[in-house]
Design a protein around this ligand. Structure first.
Ligand code: ATP
Ligand code: MG
Length: 477
């Protein structure tokens, strides 16, 4: 492991200008662990204006004494030794002020393993036993844990995140302090919570991280809906309760190194089960749990301020995770409808969620053959039209052919035509579609509208028909 040349250069330029300069924080921790740091942070006694003088290619946006220095490898953050004044709101220091010494700067950092600095000579400045705690694999706050958590409540979640990403233990006093201060997590901005949550979910031990959140009484503030799953038993198709099933599914996606969308969808795929449960014991049912769950996931992810495109994708994966397939029973037309509803670009991830669900049940059924078969059908129908855009006639063609002006009628006819083509892709010919369009154009407005609605609604109907088949033969009885 070496410090990149560009970073070393920043240290030596600052030193030559008469200042102290060190790499600090997460990068020192990772360096000592032999992990490639994501970014290299520098700390110095030079004031921001001095740093800017020494590095003309730098910018200062006036936040927290950090100057961004542009290098060939990207931006390196150079921060002046600082202290944080009193926190009155558990999330922002009331002010930041200059610290005189490196030790003072290190003392404001969250955990001992994050409170080390290293100079060009590779000597480690470690006033809080960070190296010893790295060896012992321990997360411990710098100073009194209660004080540090009540200054900034996010640190509690960071403790869990580091325990998860590094496979460390949280030292007992620090863990006790998390339990004691847990409610303050509500004062923290959702964006900061989301960022730590994402890092946790992407760790190989993501599922252990969620359980750690629960055991420290933080889960109920961050994901109360998942907490609701704890202790809710399932039926004869499962060995785990709803909560543990979610964790097993997540664990599998982490083991397979699946992406963030698949991991979150796996964690939340059954989150609607407690609210849709009827009956108890072996015969309990969970009708429509995927619909309830999709709605809940939408609320959860919005609350955590995930970007809309992530939300949309994850919600879709949850909404359709119960898709039905059985060799010889599933028609190509129903697979086309599934692809239309899910989006071709999401099909692979949908299969991954399903796989995680199956493995996570603890009593996996022999589905791999069926899955392979479904993949084959998906491949086979992959070039078939599944949207109005893919029809051999478009709106302009219809307006010309039927001598009508733009309006709802065109859209209605296209929806009906798509319905035919989803049923039978051979019908996607100009001749057939034009003949059909002429016939449709002659219908009374009311009838056309009804037909179009039926054709659009059919996809939902097919889906719920399949759902009820699932219910009678599959996991949910
Ligand atoms: P990562 O590898 O995820 O970037 P990191 O330790 O570098 O982990 P950052 O959020 O990049 O985490 O923060 C850099 C450093 O700033 C930390 O190592 C720590 O010393 C300090 N720090 C960050 N957040 C806090 C906080 N909330 N309270 C105190 N110190 C913090
Ligand atoms: Mg960092």
């Amino acid at each position: 492991m070496v410090i990149p040349r560009e970073v070393k250069n920043i240290l030596s330029v600052l030193q030559k200008a008469g200042f102290e300069a060190y790499i600090v924080g997460g990068c020192v921790r990772d360096f000592l662990l032999g992990i490639e740091p994501k970014d290299w942070d520098v700390t110095t006694n030079a004031k921001p204006e001095d740093v800017q003088k020494v590095f003309p290619d730098s910018f200062y946006e006036n936040n927290f004494l950090t100057v961004g220095v542009k290098t060939a490898d990207g931006i390196v953050e150079v921060t002046t030794y600082r202290l944080e004044a009193k926190y009155s709101d558990k999330r922002h220091p009331d002010a930041v002020k200059y610290a005189k010494t490196l030790e003072e700067d290190l003392s404001r950092r969250d955990f001992t393993i994050n409170a080390m600095a290293m100079g060009l000579d590779k000597k480690v400045i470690d006033p809080f036993d960070g190296q010893a705690n790295l060896k012992k694999k321990i997360i411990r706050t710098v100073g009194d844990a209660n004080e540090r958590f009540s200054e900034d409540a996010l640190r509690m979640l960071r403790a869990v995140r580091f325990a998860t990403t590094l496979s460390f233990e949280i030292e007992p006093k620090t863990a006790e302090a998390v339990k004691k201060n847990n409610v303050w997590i509500e004062a923290v901005s959702k964006e900061r919570i989301r960022d730590e949550f994402v890092k946790m979910i992407m760790a190989p031990k993501a599922a252990d991280g969620i359980e750690l959140l629960r055991s420290l009484n933080l889960l109920k503030f961050i994901l109360p809906e998942l907490q609701e799953n704890y202790g809710v038993s399932q039926n004869k198709h499962h060995v785990y309760d709803c909560y543990w099933h979610a964790l097993k599914a997540l664990e599998y996606t982490a083991k397979k190194k699946y992406n963030l969308h698949v991991r979150i969808a796996a964690l939340l795929h059954d989150v609607g089960k407690p609210r849709s449960k009827t009956g108890e014991g072996k015969e309990a049912t969970f009708y429509n749990h995927e619909m309830v769950g999709a709605k809940m996931a939408f609320q959860i992810l919005n609350r955590l301020k995930f970007p809309n495109k992530d939300i949309e994708k994850i919600v879709t994966l949850i909404r359709y995770h119960m898709f039905y397939y059985n060799v010889d029973e599933v028609t190509e037309s129903s697979v086309r409808r599934l692809i239309k509803n899910v989006g071709p670009e999401n099909m692979e991830e949908l299969m991954q969620v399903r796989e995680a669900d199956r493995i996570g049940s603890g009593v996996p059924k022999a589905e791999p053959y069926k899955l392979r078969h479904l993949k084959y059908i998906i491949e086979k129908v992959s070039k078939d039209p599944i949207s109005v855009k893919m029809l051999k006639v478009n709106g302009n063609d219809l307006m010309e052919l039927l001598k009508i002006t733009p309006g709802p009628k065109i859209g209605q006819i296209l929806d009906i035509l798509l319905g035919h083509v989803l049923d039978d892709s051979k019908k996607n010919t100009k001749a057939f579609l034009e003949k059909e369009a002429i016939m449709l154009a002659g219908l009374p407005d009311k009838e056309l509208k009804e037909l179009a609605e039926k054709s659009k609604g059919e996809k939902e109907e097919v889906q719920s028909k399949e759902d009820s088949v699932v219910k009678s033969k599959y996991w949910v009885k």
